[in-house]
Design a binder for this molecule. Structure first.
Ligand SMILES: *Cc1c(COP(=O)(O)O)cnc(C)c1O
Length: 367
């Protein structure tokens, strides 16, 4: 989708907030723990190339979800290691090698298929994935892990790492976390020859479970300044949200009592009201369930009235404002602020999804 530069809707990304968040987390990790910045899904909507270029000097590598995200980073000059977290079909192996992407291998079937196709795995760097209870991808026993590591090495691959992923590290109840951790630790103890990089820690684990860190962390949401648990667990230290979402009034009118607004005529003015229109809608990721939520104008909370359209929303203003007046949808305005977590709660989802859904139509501006 082409980015719409000629309307006043944009996402401002504070790159120095992201680097200071990383430094803040690193200051709380044990010495020698490696940091991977997770920049999948366009760096959670913040812009993968801009974020990766900015933080490259202070991280050990990057995680992406697929080959194409890795290629985008290589083509923009990122040199540090890039780990592809998702499973890539074996026929993509030569592309991964060409772009020096580290692949995740998660099953013996994958190795068998690669070998069945006569694929050359030499000089391919891989991490193997253990399913310790997440149930998505990974081998589920030390016997399988040993067989996979040996088979990959025999085929010429460099097995650099082994990792797992926790399903509940962001929850108050840690019994499932402890089960997964014990499973992974037991499996590691039963390996014939453990790869050098061992990692299990997403943002939540890095924040709240130092026992799950091993020798590398994969930091996603927390580097963008958000709490992985939403409001459930308190952050042990503060981080700074990096993204704000702004638009501006492109139409303002005085609407007499008894007039309808938007598709379905779901709102009718109860009195004479000032109504403003903003050029943002569900095609930008400002989803239809934002009806009834608020935006900030001149430090004031103004409700979104009427349905969210594809390209526009309407808000009820407390007074007349000139065209072009700034409106904040996520971020600070005067003494008020709205966080991605607030938006997520209105939508009954998580802050991750709010950020990832911001579409390419919204330009990202870096400061
Ligand atoms: C996305 C992802 C992460 C990062 O998770 P956050 O909660 O954003 O820190 C880490 N590991 C894996 C395997 C992931 O898919």
């Amino acid at each position: 989708m082409i980015s719409s530069l000629h309307r006043p809707t944009l996402a401002k990304v504070d790159l120095s907030a992201i680097s200071s968040n990383i430094e803040q987390i690193q200051a709380h990790l044990a010495q020698g723990v490696m940091t991977y910045a997770v920049v999948k899904a366009n760096a959670y909507g913040h812009g993968a190339v801009a974020v990766s270029s900015h933080v490259q000097p202070i991280v050990d590598g990057f995680c992406v979800s697929n080959i194409d995200e890795g290629i985008e980073l290589r083509q923009s000059g990122i040199r540090k290691p890039i780990l592809v977290l998702g499973v890539v079909l074996p026929n993509e192996v030569s592309l991964a090698r060409d772009y020096r992407l580290t692949l995740t291998v998660a099953s013996l079937d994958w190795l068998a298929k690669a070998q069945g196709q006569g694929l050359d795995l030499s000089n391919l760097t891989v991490h193997i994935k253990i399913d310790s209870g997440m149930g998505r991808i990974g081998v589920r026993s030390s016997a399988q892990a040993n067989q996979l590591i040996a088979g990959l090495r025999a085929a010429g691959a460099y097995v650099q790492g082994i990792f797992t992923h926790f399903a509940t590290a962001d929850e108050a109840d840690d019994h499932k976390f402890q089960e997964q951790l014990a499973f992974f630790q037991n499996l590691l103890a039963e390996l014939d020859d453990c790869p050098e990089i061992v990692h299990a820690s997403n943002s939540a684990t890095s924040l709240w479970h130092s026992d799950g860190i091993f020798n590398a962390v994969r930091l996603g949401i927390v580097i963008y300044g958000l709490n992985p648990s939403g409001q459930v667990l308190e952050l042990p230290y503060t981080v700074q949200p990096a993204l704000s979402l702004e638009s501006a009034l492109i139409h303002v009118k005085r609407l007499p009592a008894g007039n309808d607004i938007g598709y379905g005529a779901t709102y009718t003015s109860a009195e004479d009201e000032w109504i403003g229109t903003l050029p943002i809608g569900y095609a930008d990721g400002w989803t239809r369930d934002m009806q009834g939520f608020e935006v900030l104008v001149n430090g004031q909370r103004c409700p979104i009235v009427g349905r969210v359209s594809m390209d526009q929303i309407t808000i009820k203003l407390n007074q007349a404002y000139p065209l072009g007046t700034k409106v904040t949808l996520i971020g600070e305005n005067g003494d008020s602020s709205i966080s991605a977590t607030d938006v997520a709660e209105k939508r009954r989802t998580i802050n991750y999804e709010v950020l990832c859904l911001l579409s390419d139509r919204i330009p990202r501006e870096y400061e």
